[in-house]
Design a protein around this ligand. Structure first.
Ligand code: ZN
Length: 84
C-alpha cells in the first residue's frame, strides 16, 4: 500500500515535470496581443486593462493608466513627493 502511494506521488511529479516542459508558464499578454481594444499597463499592480476602462492620470508628458481607484490612490500616495 505504501509503495502504491509512493508510485502515485512519483507519477504526479513526472506528470508535473512533463506538463511544465511542454506548457511553460503563460506569459502576460502584451498590449499587442489583445485583439480589438488597445491595452494599457497599470504601473502599480502590473496588470493590463482596456484603455477605455482604465483610470488615467496625466503626469507631465506621460499618461498613466490604472485598473482601479485603489491602484490610482496607491500610486498617488506613493508618488506624493513634496515639491523641491
Ligand atoms: Zn491595478
Amino acid at each position: 500500500m505504501v509503495r502504491l502511494i509512493w508510485f502515485l506521488i512519483l507519477l504526479g511529479i513526472v506528470y508535473w515535470l512533463v506538463k511544465r516542459a511542454f506548457f511553460p508558464k503563460k506569459r502576460r499578454p502584451t498590449p499587442h496581443e489583445e485583439i480589438g481594444e488597445e491595452m494599457v499597463q497599470d504601473p502599480v499592480c502590473g496588470c493590463y486593462i482596456p484603455k477605455s476602462r482604465a483610470l488615467t492620470l496625466l503626469e507631465g508628458e506621460k499618461k498613466l493608466y490604472f485598473c482601479s481607484q485603489e491602484c490610482f490612490r496607491k500610486y498617488r500616495s506613493s508618488n506624493a513627493l513634496p515639491k523641491s
